[in-house]
Design a protein around this ligand. Structure first.
Ligand code: ZN
Length: 186
C-alpha cells in the first residue's frame, strides 16, 4: 500500500504534496508565502486537504500579524513561557477563553490589539502581571505539561477542499472520503 492519499475526484490517482510561492499583499505590504496543495498523478487535479488549508491560513495570519504590529504566534508563546504559565492559565489571567492561547500561538487567529498590549504590559511590568494573576487566582509557578499537549489537540475543519481542478471535473462533495493522510484532531 502506498503512503499517498487517493485522489477523491478520480479515485484512481494519488495525491502528491507540492509547494508554490504565492505573493500576497496586506495593507500595502507584500510577502512571498509558501502555499501547500496536492496534485493528482492521474487526473492532474490540484486540491488542498484540510491540513494544507490550515497551514496556508496560518502563514497568512502570521504575515498579517507582522504587518499589524502584533506579536506572532511564536512571540506569544515565548512571552507566555517567560511568564511561566501554561495556556489555560494564560487564558484565565488575560481572558480570551480556554483555547485562545492555543489559537494565538499556532497563528490560527490573531489576538486583538488590546490583548496584544496587555501581554506586552505583563511582560514589561512584573507587578501588573502579578496583580492580574492574583485577581484570576492563578498561582505563579511552573507551567504544566498540559500546555504542550493542548496546543496540538484542538478541533478544526476536516473536509477536503479542492482549490483548483480541471474544468471537466466537478466539485467533490464534502461527504467524500478524505485522503488517508488527512490529519484528524480528536
Ligand atoms: Zn485524480
Amino acid at each position: 500500500m502506498s503512503n499517498y492519499p487517493t485522489c477523491p475526484l478520480c479515485e484512481a490517482g494519488q495525491l502528491h504534496e507540492q509547494t508554490e510561492e504565492t505573493m500576497v499583499e496586506y495593507h500595502g505590504q507584500k510577502a512571498a508565502l509558501n502555499s501547500y496543495f496536492a496534485v493528482c498523478d492521474a487526473c492532474g487535479a490540484e486540491q488542498a486537504s484540510a491540513d494544507q488549508v490550515r497551514r496556508n491560513k496560518r502563514a497568512m495570519i502570521a504575515f498579517k500579524k507582522t504587518v499589524d504590529g502584533l506579536l506572532t504566534g511564536i512571540e506569544v508563546r515565548a512571552l507566555r513561557e517567560k511568564l511561566s504559565i501554561n495556556q489555560i492559565q494564560a487564558a484565565r489571567v488575560f481572558g480570551g477563553g480556554p483555547v485562545a492561547f492555543s489559537k494565538y500561538e499556532s497563528d490560527d487567529v490573531a489576538q486583538s490589539e488590546a490583548m496584544d498590549k496587555l501581554l506586552r504590559l505583563a511582560e514589561a511590568v512584573p507587578a501588573a502581571f502579578a496583580h492580574l494573576a492574583e485577581q484570576a487566582g492563578v498561582s505563579l509557578g511552573r507551567a504544566s505539561v498540559t500546555d504542550r499537549w493542548m496546543s496540538a489537540n484542538w478541533q478544526s475543519e476536516t473536509d477536503v477542499i479542492p482549490v483548483r481542478r480541471p474544468p471537466h471535473l466537478r466539485l467533490v462533495s464534502t461527504s467524500s472520503p478524505e485522503p488517508e493522510n488527512t490529519r484528524r484532531y480528536a
